[in-house]
Write a new protein. Structure first.
Length: 112
């Protein structure tokens, strides 16, 4: 049996309680940590797009030691879904604020 070691632990908010964070009570999550609701890989680059309960979109280049390359707040309530166009040109998110937000990935690349 093979054992796998995580490459990165990606978090939109504060760290979840683990043995590393023993100052937190078991089962307690710091206020502001809303979890990750959905994720989607880009098709042509090693970038993972995630959406969170705090309404934000995270873009993670998993080849980097500090993988968060963009953190964008797109919804004023929970972001629930993310979709990436087959050519990676557009990214869309859906949220609890009853909005679908779309943005052009090409413009974000220049900001990375």
């Amino acid at each position: 049996m093979r054992f796998f070691r995580p490459l990165h632990c990606l978090s939109h908010g504060k760290q979840m309680p683990t043995a590393e964070f023993t100052s937190q009570l078991p089962g307690h999550v710091d206020e502001g940590d809303q979890g990750v609701n959905a994720m989607q890989w880009l098709h042509k680059e090693p970038v993972l797009v995630t959406v969170s309960g705090d309404g934000s979109v995270g873009m993670w280049d998993v080849t980097l030691g500090q993988p968060c390359v963009r953190h964008i707040f797109t919804h004023n309530r929970c972001a629930n879904a993310v979709a990436v166009a087959p050519n990676d040109e557009y990214i869309s998110t859906g949220g609890g604020d009853q909005k679908v937000v779309s943005f052009l990935f090409g413009h974000l690349v220049s900001l990375l």
